[in-house]
Design a protein around this ligand. Structure first.
Ligand code: NDP
Ligand SMILES: CC(C)CCC[C@@H](C)[C@H]1CC[C@H]2C3=CC=C4C[C@@H](O)CC[C@]4(C)[C@H]3CC[C@]12C
Length: 476
């Protein structure tokens, strides 16, 4: 191996055999051998990745989302006060205090959750949209989707606005969702966990495609899922949970929290600045929804607790938490800071959008396009599917993708920071999302590099050699 190649291989992270299998692509095994050399056994790794982490997350995250809501609504967004209050009692009593006031499956909560699901499913079926092909899966399947996410989003948000105007005439308001959000969140938590049991069984006994199977470990299968893209009655489950539920409910909640804040305090600039940035980001997401269907969430992550519960419960609670916090903690920014934060936030959204766009553009034009006004630098990377078929794909090594391998995560994190800054520094709670996101994206950059190195082998090493930094140019 040449010196340059050797150096690049050192920048690779270890790839476990099970990672390679779950990615489903043949290829690069050097990282795995490295792991064996330093004596980490397969058994220890399996226990940590397949039992400890899933159990830890499945126990902590449902409580964490309830705590977040509880802190924002009952302790004015102060983790300190919340911890003080719950540490007065035993763990069991604390859990009781946390869940005790919540009416799981109350009539109101059930009507809101099921009412919205029926609405979203109807729109998914009825709104027109071009059929788009997802990327080919490791088993050689090509899922087809109806690209009507943007119209679903516009119709839903417009209807919500019209509903607000109509309800006002009767002295009612959609902000009743904020008043009962504890019940709704508790209900969502429980229903989503049951839904994941359904997905687990469906993947084992009635899978929708050959991209399915069990790892032999029930805990891991429930957490990770047993199917890559399950379909029920013609509905794609991951498109529903990730886009039509998680991302849309996030937007709906941002709107409802802003409305509640207006009803309580009149116009509060921090709430509006944060809401504009979040809604602009979500609008960008739906505009690019077909692109999202080629990300690792769809290509690699199966429909289990991680993705489905995550999108049904974690996204609505954690992702919208800055707005939830601002309802009880209005901050007045003034014109200068409002304009400054808005401008920086919108700039971050455009950089993030154009990075995703460059990657898609260069592939759809087969490299025959301009990136930053120049002919793009590309690698024509070959890879092999599980059935042995040879395929080729393009890796862009210029534009945003020439600065670092995941440069687009920087504007993603900065943007989250910009919609959090309006909440000020009095409490730590509003920073929960941006901290989670930084950890998630750092971990994701490792996962993605693992996935790409096992998929593309030497071609990915070549990319790492040309673009040596993972996220932050010259640093990391
Ligand atoms: N707010 C949140 O919670 C999160 C937001 N995001 C955002 O979602 C968007 C998509 O996420 P992202 O992680 O990028 O999605 P992906 O993880 O799917 O993107 C990485 C994939 O792109 C392909 N790829 C990698 N490098 C190149 C390259 N140089 N040229 C061409 N293709 C390449 C590879 O797929 P292939 O197999 O096709 O080669 C790789 O697996 C981003 O805007 C990100 O910021 C992401 C995660 C969390
Ligand atoms: C249960 C958990 C501890 C963690 C659950 C994590 C998931 C909810 C999130 C993992 C990856 C996230 C996303 C990836 C890419 C996205 C595109 C972006 O433009 C919008 C956000 C998102 C859809 C985002 C949503 C949450 C995750 C699926």
């Amino acid at each position: 191996m040449s010196k340059r190649k050797e150096k690049a291989s050192k920048q690779q992270d270890p790839v476990t055999r099970s990672d390679m299998l779950s990615n489903g692509f043949h290829g690069y095994k050097e990282g795995y051998e490295k792991l064996e050399k330093i004596g980490v056994t397969q058994h220890n790794r399996d226990f940590f990745n397949k039992i400890f982490v899933p159990v830890f997350l499945m126990v902590s995250t449902p409580n964490f989302v309830m705590l977040l809501w509880y802190t924002a609504t009952k302790h004015k967004g102060s983790y300190g006060n919340m911890v003080h209050s719950i540490t007065q009692a035993s763990t069991l009593d604390s859990l009781r205090e946390l869940w005790g006031d919540v009416h799981i499956c109350s009539n109101f909560a059930l009507s809101v959750v099921f009412g919205y699901c029926i609405w979203a499913l109807l729109l998914m079926k009825c709104l027109p949209g071009k059929l788009v092909k997802g990327p080919i899966t490791p088993k050689g399947n090509t899922p087809v989707y109806k690209d009507n996410g943007f119209s679903h989003y516009v119709v839903t948000m417009t209807t919500l606005f019209i509903l607000t105007v109509i309800l006002k005439k009767y002295n009612l308001s959609p902000s009743v969702v904020y008043d009962n959000f504890g019940d709704i969140l508790g209900t969502l938590n429980v229903l989503s966990a049951i839904f994941c049991i359904f997905l687990y069984i469906k993947g084992l006994y009635s899978p929708s495609s050959t991209d399915c199977g069990s790892s032999g470990n029930i805990i891991f299968d429930y957490y990770w899922g047993t199917e890559l893209y399950p379909r029920v009655l013609g509905f794609d489950i991951k498109v529903f949970t990730n886009c039509r539920f998680g991302m849309t409910i996030w937007a709906v909640l941002v709107y409802i929290y802003a409305l509640k804040s207006f009803e309580l305090h009149g116009f509060v600039d921090s709430m509006i600045v944060s809401a504009i940035l979040q809604l602009a980001y979500i609008t960008k997401f739906f505009w690019w929804e077909a692109g999202y269907l080629s990300t690792i969430d769809i290509m690699v992550d199966r429909a289990g607790y991680y993705i489905c519960w995550g999108c049904l419960v974690y996204v609505p609670s954690l992702y919208a938490s800055v707005s939830l916090y601002l309802v009880n903690n209005p901050v007045y920014l003034g014109r200068f800071w409002s304009t400054f934060i808005l401008t920086c936030g919108l700039l971050s959204i455009s950089v993030n959008y154009f990075a995703d766009w460059q990657k898609q553009r260069v592939r759809s034009a087969d490299g025959d396009c301009l990136i930053w006004g120049k002919k793009p630098n590309i690698i024509r990377a070959k890879y092999t599917l599980e059935d042995g078929q040879e395929k080729e794909s393009i890796l862009l090594t210029s534009g945003w993708w020439g600065l670092s391998r995941h440069f687009h995560y920087i504007p993603e994190i900065l943007l989250a920071l910009f919609w959090t800054l309006p909440a000020g520094f009095e409490n730590f709670m509003p920073f929960s999302y941006v901290i989670f996101l930084t950890i998630l994206l750092t971990h994701r950059s490792f996962r993605d590099d693992d996935k790409c190195s096992s998929k593309y082998g030497p071609f990915w090493m070549d990319y790492c050699e040309r673009v040596p930094h993972r996220i932050v140019p010259y640093l990391f």
